[in-house]
Design a protein around this ligand. Sequence first.
Ligand SMILES: [Mn+2]
Length: 253
Amino acid sequence: MPLEKIALISDAHGNLTALDAVLEDIGSRGIDRIVNLGDLVGKGPRGSEVVDRCAAVCDVNLRGNWDEDLPAWADESVEEMVWWRDELRPDQRAWLAELPLSHDVLVSGRRVRLFHASAVSPHVRVRARHTAEEFDGMFVNTPMTGEGPTPSVVGYGDIHDVFVKVEGGRTLFNVGSVGNPLDEPVSSYVILEGSLDDPAPGRFGLQVVRVPYDVEAEIAVAESLRMPALVPYAVELRTAVYRGLQGAGRQQV
Ligand SMILES: [Mn+2]
């Protein structure tokens, strides 16, 4: 019997060109269950369209740090934040602010927990090079995750870097970023394979997928819409070098 599949995407960041390429790839594999780990908006020019697309196609959308910060942004002096905020409709800002923070799914008997950045908050970052304490902290219950059985597999986004680490019977992985990858300039997402919603132990798969998309077309859209912070965006998309390392950036991932 073929195993069932679930696609995990994250950090689309207003890059509709990349999101559509990834969704096409997911669809071509016959996968219709998608969980989005957050950061739909900010950095890229089409947050509003990305929100509508994700609301339509994803079974679950989780809240990232940008989804929390942007709808509530109040400092009118930061031109690009105001631009990204105002590009969203009021109903979209309200929708983003109310997204859940954590989601569990059973795959072949493994409890898989998904959130944006950490079990503490979408604002607390755990990097690919992390401490043993940070690793342990990803698997515990917190006020954000709620009570119940703890997971043996945890997947997250936020850092825009793909990795998979298995240690002491626990698996921690990062799905990377659809719209703003910072490990290589190619979109990434993860496919989990197994028997979905099944408490019985069984075969389990975790696959990292990379999907090229038309980077120059995306930059052209940002330019045509006169998006602020175009240069650091273009450099990130072309080179995967974070804007804070390009010389003059100030925005968070
Ligand atoms: Mn992000």
